[in-house]
Structures are given as C-alpha cells and as structure tokens.
Design a protein around this ligand. Sequence first.
Ligand code: ADP
Ligand code: MG
Length: 143
Amino acid sequence: MIYETNSPTETFELAKKISEKIMPGSIICLDGDLGVGKTVFTQGFAEGLGIEESVNSPTFTIIQVYYEGRMPLYHFDVYRIGDPEEMYEIGYEDYFFGEGVCLIEWSKLIEELIPQDAIKVIIEKNLQKGLDYRKITVEGVCE
Ligand code: ADP
Ligand code: MG
C-alpha cells in the first residue's frame, strides 16, 4: 500500500490506524532518511497501542520498551549501531521473537537480522510536492 501525507499529524494518524491491525510478534521495519518522520510514525503507532507516555528516539540506548499498551512495544533505533553484532549484546532475539511488537528505525543497518516476514514501512520526501509531503509505502500488513 502507498499512502501520502502532508503533515506530521497525518503520518501520526496513519501509524495509529496501522497499529490497530498489528498482531503480537510482528516486526516493523521503518526506513527513510534522517528527519523524514520515522519517530512521528512510531509515536502514532504507540498511541494506537494505548501507550500514553511520550515516545522519542532512544538516544543512549538502542532500544526502549513500553509496557502500558495492549501489547509491549519494543522501539529500536539502530542508527548509532556500529556493527549488527551489537544486537546480540542487547539480546535482540528476546524482543524479535517475543510477545510484543518491534518497531525498528533504520532497520537497513541490521538487514541481515531481519526476518523474512517483517512488515516494511518506507517513508520518503518529495520536495516537489512540498516540505511536509511524505510518501509512505507499507508492505506486509493484512488489509
Ligand atoms: P526521523 O525519526 O525519521 O529522523 P522525526 O520523526 O524525528 O524523523 O522527524 C520528522 C520531522 O518532519 C518532524 O519535525 C515533523 O514535524 C516533520 N514533518 C513534516 N511533515 C511531516 C509528515 N508529513 N510526516 C511526518 N513528519 C513530518
Ligand atoms: Mg527517529
């Protein structure tokens, strides 16, 4: 599916809607350049799960866990990861194959660890369509 948004709010609402269809155990890869809206998407997604605390990109850790929603949310931002090996050090398998849903910003950097059946969300700008325009491609969510 391809979606188009023209404001952060629209991206937030889209992610919130998508979160309603997500099953426990899902892995969602979130890719796109810096500042494209991956964290905005994560925030809407978290709200859709019923998480009220504020969600930001984990700055000093690779992962942040939120338990208050209808299932746990494991929010990864692997931008600062030096080597996919670091994922083993944080015990990523417990999250990838756990009870909750994983959202992984910059999943491309750990591509070899991503299971085949992961959901893919790619966010892109198109400056010809305006500063706030985003094309959001979603693959693997059951309609
Ligand atoms: P990332 O996590 O991909 O680095 P952020 O989500 O932190 O990016 O930041 C996205 C920035 O782009 C925010 O400042 C947000 O207000 C802005 N923005 C403008 N238009 C949109 C849009 N359509 N969708 C999402 N964010 C948008
Ligand atoms: Mg981010």
